[in-house]
Every structure is written in structure tokens, then in C-alpha cells.
Design a protein around this ligand. Sequence first.
Ligand code: NAD
Ligand code: ZN
Length: 717
Amino acid sequence: MTRQTSELLQNLWDDSHAATLDEPGRLLYRSNLLGSDKRITNFGGGNTSAKVIAKDPLTGQDTRVLWVKGSGGDVGTMKLDGFSTLYQDKLDALRNLYRGDQFEDEMVAYLPHCTFNLNPRASSIDTPLHAYVPQAHVDHMHPDAIIAIAAAADGQALTKEIFGDDIGWLPWKRPGYELGLWLAEFCEKNPQARGVILGSHGLFTWADTASDCYAITLEIINQAISWLDGKTQGKEAFGGARYTPLAKDRRQQLAEQLMPEIRGLVSGGQYQVGHFDDSPAVLEFVCSVNMPELAALGTSCPDHFLRTKIRPLIVGFDPSVSEEPSASKEPSAGEQLSTSHVDTVVQSLPTSLDQYRKDYAAYYERCKHSDSPPMRDANPVVYLVPGIGMFTFAKDKATARISAEFYTNAINVMREASAVSRYCGLPEQEAFDIEYWLLEEAKLQRMPRPRSLAGRVALVTGGAGGIGSATAQRLLSDGACVMLADIDEELLAQTSQRLAERYGSDVVRQVVMDVTSEDAVQAAFATTIREFGGLDILVSNAGIASSALIEDTSLDLWNMNMDILSTGYFLVSREAFKLFKRQACGGAVVFIASKNALAASAGASAYCTAKASEVHLARCLALEGAGSGIRVNVVNPDAVLQGSKIWSGEWLQQRAKAYGKGIDEMQEHYLERSLLKRPVLPEDIAEATCFLVSDVSAKSTGNILNVDAGNVQSFTR
Ligand SMILES: NC(=O)c1ccc[n+]([C@@H]2O[C@H](COP(=O)([O-])OP(=O)(O)OC[C@H]3O[C@@H](n4cnc5c(N)ncnc54)[C@H](O)[C@@H]3O)[C@@H](O)[C@H]2O)c1
Ligand SMILES: [Zn+2]
């Protein structure tokens, strides 16, 4: 693949809009504009600042205040409360307290003492990098095009060649107080400079106004993009292609064949969610001649590095021999089915992961200091698979997705740097010192404890319906990722959108699936694997209800109940079992059956019989699954009228008729019928289900939990 000319960044600054804003407002405006383009900075990367004159709340005097992006958040989406505010004169006074490079971390504790106006936002470690630049406005960005130069072996010479005296160069230095002083000294000695490139890291630019600062940042990045374009036109990236990427559907199939096994192998300490990326930039890299050599060097920018670990794992898959999977070959009599290449790769995964973990432990041992925090999870985050793409695995979906974005940034950097020079990763000890930095560890320690279902993936059938959507919501609120599967496309889209708005689009996916179709069920599981890497929880809930005396029960009606409620539950459980066993890290299944699975009801024999078969299927599966840590339990609802489609249709009319009641009397009727005299809500079923899929019920399988406000007929015995 030869290169295309890159598009340049457009200046989006609107003077008339900016004129309506105050100085902090313009800083926010600039930050959001910068963060809106990933070519300018990666997610969560970089920071911006403005030194603003404000009234001191204590003295009423004008005072200089540094507004600088605080710890956490992303410049693209941050709000004003994302900035920390500090007295500039106090920051200046800190210079007198500084004891030198080896004590720079202690300066972090002084920053809260400089807080202006009781702003609760914690200051970022990068604060000194802004404080001592004399200009009022400072941007620090991580643009791929600039990092490519910053990570080139002769980055300093290239900077000079491209920017002359406009942009200076500072060698790699971990962000902190010392680097802040380096920047101050640089500005003093180079008053004409408009910015500086930090080796292996990124860009600093400054100006007297917000709009100038924004314009300069864009101009410098554009200059780098154009220069790189000129140098790389017509050249092949990464030493050319070694493989041709496989076709899209084949890539997806193979991702489905590999991800659950990887997930199982890395989910020992903590459940991991997967992300699959086969974008053109990723495919070009994983199929290239130089990929193994470049990947081994690790990433450069500390942000990239922190999210993607010291280096990726390269999965030993050869796309040129993969086209004939063994499953498609019919073995002739007496002939053993030969192991396909994919099977061999799957079998080799434990060994390659083991090796990765050993290498990681060795890196930890080589680089650790006497006060380093203990070694963290040694599993890779990024998996590169020639011909197929990239998997990332992390403690939640957003982290996995963002890690993929970061590695894509790293790929862009490696492509450009290696085309114009020799690409250099961050030196190993520097990488370690960032990864195991005590300040980084303190940040990790401050993070809230993961929620009880963090890292887990659930599939909810009938997920668009009353009980299904309430269950999905409950699982999401405990930190699980949820695949909603339903036959009702419109309602599914609505439910999915509603849940995504509340819990974030990373954690909710939807698939149209008819539980009675073997193909549709298999396809839905495949989609779940592609979206999240595997599955831990199945809530089999899709259903209908029907009512007819036995002599009026047509074979079609009988079969419909059996198909959806009995066969449907069988089909989804079978796929879940296959997947759970591939992952080999247990699993939890809950069947939403019915009070009628235990209690006979006149005029609904097809429904009751099908529901009874669900209960027995669950018990058989509990028996079969126990050895593999797979638990199967049943929740029996009764009369959950609210939110239920079942109760909005014919069933309600038929039941009302059967009891000789009006439709609006039915809720009251069921309430009165219950022992506890209370209505049963979808949330009650969701709560019971959540209990049975979570670790608090780890010792329960083959159980039935009635959630029916009490009904003597369904007491189990
Ligand atoms: N609501 C109650 O009172 C009650 C009582 C006992 C049992 N249940 C059981 O609870 C489950 C959920 O019921 P609900 O009250 O939420 O009803 P609901 O109608 O609101 O939800 C059921 C969902 O299943 C979907 N569905 C139907 N056929 C499907 C198919 N072939 N493939 C995929 N999806 C399909 C529907 O589109 C719907 O979204 C059902 O199994 C039901 O039998 C409900
Ligand atoms: Zn940075």
C-alpha cells in the first residue's frame, strides 16, 4: 500500500463566538476544538492552560491565576470544572522549595497549597510544564505527526530541518517539576521560539492569546504532516506488505475463533473485556514485513505506553495458510481430521501467553527499584494478528477500546518515524519508571473499587422487553457489558439507545435474533464475541404467552410455545455452554421461566408445559455445567404487568376473561392473589437474576427462585 496525501488540519476558530466568552471560556473553547481531532491529540492526552487575571476572593485584588487542565478527563470533552486553578505567585514561590531532580516528586504535594478559589479539581502532574512558560497561553498536545519526529533517532536534527528556530527540542524527560524548569529555561534562552518538541513525547506551543495559541498549534502540526508527506510519498510503509489482509468476513470469523480463548487465558485475576480492530491502519501494520521488529520496540509517547504495556503480543497466525479450516473438510473413512492452522494457533496460545508473562516479570525484575509498587497484571493488552487485525483486552470495554486507539496512534508514529529515520521506543527503564511511578500508583490506588460485574459480558434474550430490559439495566449498573438480543428490531433499537445514553455506548450492544433459529442464535453469539471478546452471563428470557383450552390449542400454537420457550432456551444455552467451555473460566445462566413452570394453570397448557420444560432443562444443564464452573439457575416471575409486552396484548384480555374481570382490575387481582399482597415489578425479577449471575451466589446451581409475591402453588418441594 503506498501512501495518500494527508489532509491538513483546518482552523475552526470562530472569532465572533470567542468574543462572547471570557478568558477561561476561550481556554475551554480552544481545548475542546483541539481535542475534537485525534490527529491533534489522543484521548485523554495533552493539556492546555491560560494565565488569567482574576479577583482574589480573599483580598479583592487582581491576581494572576493559572488555569490548567487538571488530572483526568479529556481536552476534547472537558468542561470548565476539568481545569485546576492555581495562584501564579505561589507557583513561582515553589521554585525556592525545589531540592533538585531526585526530589521532584515531592513538589506534587505542594500543588494543592497553591489552589485558587477552593477549586476541588486535582492538579495534573503536567502543571509545572505550563506554570513557568512566560506566555499566557500554552498547549501541550500529542499529535502523531509530531511524535513521529520526537521518536525518530535523529529527532533533534529533523526538528531543526523542519522548523528552523521556530520550534526547539528538549530530550526525553519524564513530565514533572524538573521538566517544567527545563521549559522555563528554554523560553528564556529562546525568546523567539513558538514552541518545543519533547523527545519521545509530544509538542508544546505558546502564545499571548488563546486564538494565536490554537493557530500556532495547528500550524506546527500541519507543517509536520506536510513535511512527512513529502518525505514518504510513494514509499511503502513498514518495509512493504508481507501478507495480504484476509477478507472482512474471514477476519471476523477468525477473530471469533481466537478471542474467547485469549480472554479465558487472561481473565484469571480479573475478568477482561475484548475489543477487535481491523481498520486499514492496523491491517497495514500487522501484515507488514517490519511489524515484528517494530512491535518489539514498544511504544514511544508515555501516554501510548501506559495504555498498551511495554509491548504487544504477536499471535503466531499465518494468513497465507489459513484459508482451509479443518471444519469445512469432510474426513474420509478412517482418516483423522487434520488440525487446521487456526487450531494450532489456539493450542499455542497458552505457551505464548506464558512466555509473555515471563518476559514481563523479567522486565519488572530488571527495572524495579527498592520502593517500586508490586508487579501488576503481567498479561498483554494488545494482540497483533497478521491478516486479521488487533485485539485489545482490558478491565472494561472503554479501556479496551481506548487502548486500541492508543496503539493505532503508536502505529501511525512508527509508520512515519521509520519512513524518515529509525524509530525508537521509550528506553526500557524510562518506560518502567513511568509504569511503576509512585505517583501513578497513587492514582491507581485512588480509583474506585471495580463494580461487582466489572469485566463481565452478558447476553440477555428478549432484551427489548419488560423484564429483559430491566435485567440489562441492573447488570449494566453493576458494571457488566450487555448484548441485548431480541426479535423486535424497533423496540430493540430504542432500548439499546436508552441504555447506552445512561451507561455509555461502550457497554451496550444489540443484535436482532430469533431464538428459534439456530443460525440466528449462532450469529448473535459470534457478534457478542466480536464486540466484547466472549461471554460470562446468559439470561434466557425471550418469551411469549398464550392462552387456550386444550381442545382449542392448535398444533401451531403448541409448537410456537415449544419453539420459543423450550427450543429457544435450549439453543441459546447450547451456544453459551460451548463458549463458556472455550473460555474455561466458568459461566452463569439464568432462565426466566414462570410461576406456571411449577403451578398448573387451566387454559394455558402449551405455555405451562413449555415453561416446565425450561425448568427441567436448567436442572440438566446445572448438572452438566458444574464440572466446568458453569451455574444454571431459574427465576420464576408471576404477574409482572408493568412494562411487559405480553401483558399488553391478547394474553391480558384472555386472562381477564378467564377470571371474569375487567382489564384494569387485573393488576389488583394478581396483587390480591399473592400471599404478600404486593405487585411484582420487572426490577424485582432483575434483582433476583442479578443475584444468581453474580459471585454472591457462587455456591448455588440448579436452584429455583420464585419472585411472585408468594404463591403456595409454586412452593418448591
Ligand atoms: N410478565 C410476566 O408476568 C411473566 C410471568 C412469568 C414469566 N414471564 C416470562 O418472562 C419473560 C419476559 O417476559 P416479559 O414480561 O418481559 O415480556 P415482554 O413481551 O415484555 O418481553 C419478551 C421479549 O421477548 C421477545 N421475543 C419474543 N419472541 C422472541 C423470539 N422468538 N426471539 C427473540 N426474542 C423474542 C419479545 O420481542 C420481547 O421483547 C418471558 O419468558 C415470559 O414468559 C413473564
Ligand atoms: Zn504529554
